[in-house]
Design a binder for this molecule. Structure first.
Ligand code: PHE
Ligand code: ZN
Length: 881
């Protein structure tokens, strides 16, 4: 399988390897520019494979300096070597044999951050998805599972720490200033889970006693001096280990679990067996430098990578088409973990906001693909929100369809049956079909059909007969490569709220399967009848966002307000407020487009302020209720011919109207929600801060002057409050002298903390309006900008493109042309980073003509460039198709 030449790989072409890999023995002699790797690989020919079949190994930019067969040199006629493959012929028909390969690497020159590279003087590897082939020639695919021994030799002074997967075997000094260490991982694993780290790092240590009483050493490695900032990550790790035992019955399986934080990393983190490598942004936290959101992310990602030990590592993917097998499932597990650690409702609201903001646009644009794709050109481009977040939603629906008990039984069967294997989505789903005796064929369409289903609902109530009728119709929109779709199995949780706020019993339903409060929509059109409904009910549909769909249901503002006030499902209350707000924002956009000022419906204002002032609701929920749909949400709702400036202006009008009407409530909240005492990142305190900062932001809208934000900035004693205040100042009063001073004070105070300086760049990159581009250009010339650090590039260039709709989508197209040049500049160094940032243009076709035309031209400029990476050319070609 050659994938770096850009040819298309198809799921249907899958077949097992001709040779079985039995053992892997690796020796690294580390050097910043001349690292030597010796790989001893023991293979045997798989039964039934032709004795003529050659062994073909993957490589990527490799330089081979030695090749042996059973310790003897191989005749030149018996092998072919290219920088991306090694083919060896005339190998034994049945007997096992050993291939020894020596390669030479230059970690310092590895700017792609795949394979072995250096970051802040630390050697570090990243192998998922196809990075191991940049270390040695290898059958680099996830269905090749082997046991690894790793020997590391390095200079003792600069690399006192030598780490690899598994358990530590031993080590010693070598007398020449170098030392070595040996590691053994008894669990067969695919190459993408290999890891090596060497350098000089500080450590935080702890232990965890597993449910069967084994002690596991826990170690988190960070830059010297940053150890105190790893305390929260350690706490989150221990909670994750405990939770996975209690909820999924999963115990850890090595003597040691290590996490290493590095500052140059393309993704969030990586679940290498026993040796997770993290982007330091998801490890390091301190009240003065981390926001509540940072703490929540750290907790979630620590859990996510740890949970992979079972869902991903013990049971892995047969091929990369099955990526959602580990990612969708593991995201579901980390979502459930966070819901248990914090507020379930607030967590669900945040998940759904994120899903709608990121996955829905992907599913509605040129990059749409099934959760389980059937073809790809560059697998790096499939680490998407569809595979991760929609994959998680599909797992959640599985639990909804089956119910908690059968879902647990299915998971237990999966762990039992497939431990130690590399499997497929079909294998996973079969476990649930078996325990539930349900035919899961239709449900599986969620893995195969791309696009967000649209469900249209209409209702009728016959008061005389006390009958309520719900008519449902589903439509799955066409997506690239899939023009027609089958009806899906859509589990819709619902409630019928009666006039007094109580709920009707649903047991009398006919026309659909109903289990508990779930209607199973399985036909294109289905009518469900409920009898014995004593008064006209208000329908609350898709409670808890039980299915990731778009819902069209004409409902009066009064009914939505009724849900917002009475639903027992708090998520549905938030949803109702959101549904009340969206039409206002859409209408305001149309008015702003005419150059006029928009008004806000009283029903929305009343419902929002009632939620804001309702002390029975937790503060974090009230903050979510008050956070209006984003500009991107409004754009998605409008769907086509979008003008981001009008959306922005309309939304400002609505915000101002709400702010003025709720001034007293907001000012009370700003006082009441002050958090006293020393900082604690717990969910309740974070919720109070969130509500207070939301109130503050409305007050600034009402007052239209910066003093209140400036006071907040000056009195803040934690990064959440400080960065929120600075954001308000910068976004609302960018040119005010006080803002300029605040920005430079912030920079001076945190200049030596990279993660905080990322925030400083992000806050400025997201200042709305046409001036944003000039600001971004100026910031790129700042000495603190660093074009080789992925976090920094994402903080400035990435956030500008992804999260500044008015600045990026300038009507004159300068934003797109700027991005095109950035992509072409980043691509030769780090194609993965370039391709990812380019996906910010995925919704370009929904813009109004003038802007879309500029966007298309910028994409064409990229497409026409000589020497594009496969990563970028794959994205740009799909976007232009
Ligand atoms: N497997 C990682 C995760 O989601 C993500 C990742 C993919 C990291 C590819 C690096 C490279 O947990
Ligand atoms: Zn993952």
């Amino acid at each position: 399988m050659r994938t770096d030449t850009g040819e298309i790989i198809h799921l249907e072409d899958y077949r097992p390897t001709d040779f079985v890999l039995e053992r892997v023995d690796l020796t690294f002699e580390l050097d910043p520019r001349e690292t030597k790797v010796e790989a001893r690989l023991i293979f045997h020919r798989r039964e039934g494979v032709s004795p003529d079949a050659p062994l073909i190994l993957d490589g990527d930019e490799l330089k081979m300096t030695g090749l042996l067969f059973d310790q003897e040199e191989i005749l030149a006629a018996n092998y072919d070597v290219a920088d991306d493959s090694l083919t060896i012929r005339n190998l034994p028909a049945t007997a096992p044999f050993e291939i020894t390969i020596t390669t030479e690497l230059n970690p310092e020159a590895n700017t792609k951050l795949m394979g072995l590279y250096r970051t802040s003087h630390v050697y570090c590897t990243q192998c998922e998805a196809e990075g191991f082939r940049r270390i040695t020639y290898f059958p680099d695919r996830p269905d090749v599972l082997a046991v690894y021994t790793v020997n590391i030799i390095a200079d003792k002074q600069t690399a006192p720490l030598l780490l690899a997967n598994g358990n530590y075997l031993g080590g010693a000094s070598m007398g020449d200033g170098r030392h070595f260490a040996a590691w053994f991982d008894p669990h067969p694993k695919p190459s993408y889970l290999f890891a090596l780290v060497a350098g000089d790092l500080g450590v935080v240590e702890d232990t965890f006693t597993t449910m069967s009483g084994r002690d596991v050493a826990l170690k988190i490695y960070v830059e010297h001096g940053k150890e105190p900032r790893a305390a929260y990550a350690m706490d989150a790790l221990k909670r994750s280990m405990k939770w996975d035992e209690e909820v999924f019955g999963r115990e850890y399986d090595l003597d040691i679990f290590m996490i290493v934080a590095v500052s140059d990393f393309n993704m969030g983190a990586m679940e290498n067996k026993g040796l997770n490598v993290f982007n330091d942004k998801y490890v390091l936290a301190h009240p003065e430098t981390a926001t509540d959101a940072d703490y929540a992310n750290i907790e979630a990602i620590i859990a996510h990578e740890y949970f992979h030990n079972w869902t991903g590592n013990r049971i892995t993917c047969r091929d990369w088409f099955q990526l959602c097998l580990k990612e969708g499932l593991t995201v579901y597990r980390d979502h459930e973990f966070s819901a248990d650690q914090r507020s379930r409702t607030v967590k669900r609201v945040a998940e759904v906001r994120h899903l709608k903001a990121e996955q829905f646009p992907e599913d509605a644009g040129p990059l749409a693909h099934p959760v389980r794709p059937t073809k790809y050109r560059e697998i790096n481009n499939f680490y998407t929100t569809t595979v991760y977040e929609k994959g998680s939603e599909v797992t959640r629906m599985l639990a909804t369809v089956l119910g908690a008990d059968l879902f647990k039984k299915g998971m237990d069967l999966y762990f039992d049956r497939h431990d130690g294997q590399a499997v497929t989505i079909e294998d996973f789903v079969a476990c649930f079909a078996e325990v539930s005796k349900r035919d899961m064929t239709q449900f599986s369409l969620w893995y195969h059909q791309a696009g967000t289903p649209l469900v249209t609902a209409s209702t009728a109530y016959d008061a005389a007969k006390q009958i309520f009728t719900l008519s449902l119709e589903q439509m799955v929109p066409p997506t690239p490569g899939q023009s027609t779709k089958e009806p899906m199995h859509i589990p819709l949780r619902l409630g019928l709220l009666l006039e007094d706020g109580s709920e009707a019993v649903l047991s009398s339903a006919t026309g659909a399967e109903v289990t508990g409060d779930v209607i199973h929509l399985v036909e294109r059109k289905q009518t469900v009848t409920f009898t014995g409904i004593v008064s006209r009910p208000v329908l609350s549909l898709n409670r808890g966002f039980s299915a990731p769909i778009n819902l069209h249901f004409e409902q009066t503002p009064a009914d939505r307000a009724h849900i917002a006030r009475h639903e027992s499902d708090l998520f549905a209350r938030w949803q109702a407020l959101n549904d009340l707000a969206l039409p206002n924002l859409v209408a305001a956009t149309a008015i702003a487009r005419e150059g006029a000022k928009a008004e806000c419906d009283r029903a929305l204002i009343d419902a929002l302020l009632a939620a804001a002032a309702d002390a029975r609701l937790e503060p974090a929920f009230r903050a979510q209720a008050l956070a209006l749909p984003s500009e991107a949400d409004v754009a998605r709702e409008i769907g086509s011919n979008n003008n981001p400036d009008a959306i922005h202006a309309g939304r400002q009008d609505i915000m101002t109207a709400i702010a003025k009407a709720g001034r007293d409530i907001f000012s009370t909240l700003a006082d009441e929600m002050v958090v006293d005492g020393p900082f604690s990142p717990d969910a309740a305190s974070a919720g109070r801060r969130a509500l207070r900062n939301t109130a503050l932001s409305y007050l600034v809208y009402a007052e239209n002057q910066p003093d209140r934000a400036l006071d907040a900035f000056k009195s803040a004693n934690n990064m959440t409050d400080l960065s929120q205040a600075l954001t308000i100042l910068a976004h609302r009063f960018p040119d005010d002298r006080k803002t300029v001073e605040a920005l430079s004070a912030f920079k001076a105070r945190f200049g030596d903390n990279a993660l905080v300086i990322d925030k400083w760049f992000t806050i400025q990159a997201t200042i709305p309006g046409a001036d944003a581009l000039g600001r971004v250009r100026t910031l790129m010339a700042d000495p603190l900008f660093n074009s080789t650090n992925p976090n920094r590039v994402r903080a400035l260039v990435g956030t500008f493109a992804f999260s500044n709709p008015t600045g990026f989508n300038r009507a004159d197209g300068e934003g797109y042309r700027f991005l095109a040049r950035q992509i072409l500049d980043i691509d030769p160094r780090n194609p993965q980073l370039a391709a990812r940032i380019l996906t910010s243009m995925r919704s370009w076709r929904s813009l109004e003509d003038v802007r879309a035309e500029h966007a298309r031209n910028a994409l064409r400029e990229i497409a026409a460039a000589p020497k594009l990476s496969v990563d970028v050319s794959d994205i740009v070609e799909r976007m232009l198709k």
